[in-house]
Design a binder for this molecule. Structure first.
Ligand SMILES: C[S@@+](CC[C@H](N)C(=O)[O-])C[C@H]1O[C@@H](n2cnc3c(N)ncnc32)[C@H](O)[C@@H]1O
Length: 267
């Protein structure tokens, strides 16, 4: 298992003071985020509206920076490639149908789109600004003929998508920015759109200590919390140990429908 820092509570005043002392040059940027958080909290009580406003503000500076903490293009491309290589190693084939929740500006999506048959990629995001940046990525990469679907979403009920359609559902760095009720809404509905034998992979910021959040932007969960939440909606969870070996600070869980398991191991 990789050496992730999973014990620290980044939300406490003590941690923030220690961090500020250790990284004085990052203090102005954090102070700006804290001010923005206070202002946007006042304007938006609903989390989706709040986070959409965060993305609008980030994307105004740089779409690459908005979908990743490190704004360099090499880093953007590297994290996209890591997601893609991992799923291909886990059996993503061109005929599969894929839903990417929180597709961002297609950091990994551009590789999925290229790999999949035309029309087999469906990306959703809550941010219109980011979806416009996603279109720019399509043009830059010459992927128009692959006819991917890119759709604005307001919640994770997935109500506009068909039953049993997607072999793979993927959400990278989305639940790390989501409060529990948003994740729960996704778990309550994702099983309906999964094809028989399909799976849903998501990353999350893992803590082995107390669950916490930093501003309303970053959320840290215990693995057991998410596993139990998923079980309540008929989804069985597997912690992806081989993802831990990769240089990424989040962890990954794979959900499958419990009814699939009954089909394969039952009489
Ligand atoms: C850190 S970015 C990651 C984007 C992409 N998954 C990637 O790896 O490049 C998080 C993205 O998720 C979107 N997002 C956040 N909460 C969401 C939600 N509840 N439903 C759909 N998209 C969401 C944001 O707008 C943003 O584009």
């Amino acid at each position: 298992m990789g050496a992730k820092d999973t014990r620290r509570n980044r939300g406490t005043l003590a941690h923030r003071a220690r961090y500020a002392l250790g990284h004085p040059r990052r203090v102005p940027a954090h102070a700006r985020r804290a001010l923005r958080d206070a202002w946007l909290r006042l304007r938006h009580r609903d989390h989706i509206a709040y986070y959409r406003a965060v993305m609008a503000s980030d994307a105004a500076r740089s779409a690459e920076a908005a979908v990743g903490h490190n704004p360099s293009r090499e880093q953007w491309a590297r994290i996209g490639r890591m997601q893609f290589d991992y799923l291909v190693r886990h059996g993503l084939r061109p005929h599969h149908r894929m839903l990417e929740i929180g597709c961002g500006n297609l950091r990994a999506g551009r590789l999925f789109i290229d790999h999949l048959q035309p029309g087999h990629y469906y990306g959703i995001d809550i941010s219109p600004h980011i979806l416009l940046a996603a279109q720019d990525t399509l043009v830059r990469e010459g992927l128009q003929a692959k006819l991917p679907h890119l759709t604005l979403a307001d919640d994770l009920t997935l109500a506009f998508l068909p039953d049993g359609h997607f072999d793979v559902v993927h959400a990278h760095s989305v639940f790390s920015h989501s409060p529990r009720h948003v994740i729960e809404e996704c778990f309550a509905h994702v099983g309906r759109v999964l094809a028989p034998g399909g799976f849903f992979d998501f990353t999350f910021d893992r803590t082995e200590g107390e669950e916490h959040q930093v501003l309303r932007e970053d959320f840290y969960y215990r693995t057991e919390t998410l596993v139990e939440l998923a079980a309540g909606y008929g989804l069985s969870a597997r912690f992806m140990d081989d993802w831990e070996e990769l240089p990424h600070r989040q962890s990954k869980i794979r959900l499958t429908a419990m009814s699939d398991r009954a089909r394969t191991v039952g009489p």
